[in-house]
Design a protein around this ligand. Structure first.
Ligand code: SF4
Ligand code: SF4
Length: 348
């Protein structure tokens, strides 16, 4: 068996307890089915404990195909399948678009250069399935032609979708001051009646505000904790340092670790995972801060990787795409890609 994992194949719940949890974030707005299948296969074989993907039937089906491939290659357990929801406006739930007919023919296309998802082709507009809303291309267009639109999920779609997808876990992306909207999502989860191994809550720290949003980060999570426990779910807290930025450089890793340092000791019970800017620098940074310990000893449960994992694998994804094949079907390519992924997982 080829594997990049250095840990025994421990159960996801055990991984949370032992501080060895690794989650792969496919992206709440990422519907690039070919890449999702490849990445799900390789991250499963690399030992991921959870794959967090868009609330989208085709995306979930692609990820399940990737998991089946990994089990066929010797992965010793499937990871949890988590789907992401939001309770209001959120940068993870948006898509960018522009009309290429309005672009000057001489434009050097800086929008395409900044896109980490290869969503902007040589001459056309944005490939909707690939865009995961990272927000970089609108700022890159000197003519301001790129607009962003939210991905909306109404209550009935959430209830029916959960019954259809039957995930192992759900993550709700929230923001300080949204207790009522969060509670409405919980009502929909309860109506769906799908048993969940964990209910994850993802939140970045907002700058001080006026009005409803003016509740500090820690107390806000405590208010959500009361709702989550009242509904009988087990929480998992995702501290979102700098959303969707892990591929930008090692410096982004500091945001999530700083958020942890500011609020450690003031957060509600439950395991903590770091996300948002996480990359190969995250685990070494945790080790330097003395935080690479099991949660019971004051450390974190683990780390979630999104754009940093995808960016690592882009060279192999492109080679497979040029052949018109899944990366998972290219036996001469995927072992090296798996090894790269393992370097992210193993960095300590
Ligand atoms: S740069 Fe980001 S927002 Fe723009 S198309 Fe690419 S993924 Fe979408
Ligand atoms: S940068 Fe703006 S004008 Fe240039 S190709 Fe992109 S969207 Fe069009």
């Amino acid at each position: 068996m080829t594997s990049a994992t250095t840990d025994p194949w421990i159960d996801p719940d055990q991984a949370l307890l032992q501080g060895r949890w690794r989650k792969w974030i496919g992206g709440a707005g990422n519907h690039d089915l070919a890449a999702l299948e490849d990445l799900a296969g390789l991250t499963t074989l690399a030992g991921a404990h959870c794959l967090d993907v868009a609330f989208h039937p085709a995306a979930v089906a692609a990820v399940r195909r990737g998991i089946r491939w990994a089990l066929g290659q010797g992965a010793q357990r499937p990871p949890w399948l988590m789907v992401s929801l939001n309770d209001g406006e959120d940068p993870h739930f948006r898509k960018a678009s522009f009309d290429p007919d309005r672009c000057p023919t001489a434009c050097p296309r800086p929008c395409a250069r900044v896109c980490p998802a290869r969503a902007i082709g040589a001459h056309g507009g944005i490939l909707d399935d690939r865009c995961y809303g990272c927000g970089r291309c609108p700022a890159a267009c000197p003519l301001g032609l790129i607009v962003e639109a939210p991905i909306e999920l109404d209550a009935e779609a959430v209830v029916e979708g959960l019954r259809q997808l039957r995930p192992d876990a759900v993550e709700i992306h929230t923001r300080q001051g949204r207790t009522d909207a969060f509670a409405r999502r919980l009502e929909q989860l309860a109506r769906a009646g799908v048993p969940l191994r964990r209910l994850a809550v993802s939140c970045a720290e907002s700058p001080p505000q006026t009005g409803d949003g003016n509740v500090p980060f820690g107390p806000y999570l405590w208010s959500l904790f009361a709702l989550v426990r009242a509904g009988g779910w087990r929480p998992l807290w995702q501290l979102d340092g700098r959303p969707m930025s892990g591929d930008l450089g090692v410096g982004t890793a500091r945001a999530a670790v700083d958020l942890l340092r500011r609020w450690r000791g003031h957060l509600p019970p439950g395991p903590i995972q770091l996300a948002g800017g996480t990359n190969a620098a995250t685990l070494p940074l945790l080790a330097r801060e003395g935080l690479n310990r099991p949660p019971a000893a004051g450390g974190v449960a683990g780390v979630a990787y999104g754009s940093s994992a995808r960016t690592l694998l882009v060279p192999w994804l492109e080679q497979a795409e040029a052949r018109g094949r899944r990366l998972l079907d290219c036996r001469d390519l995927w072992p090296a890609a798996l090894d790269q992924l393992g370097s992210l997982w193993r960095a300590r």
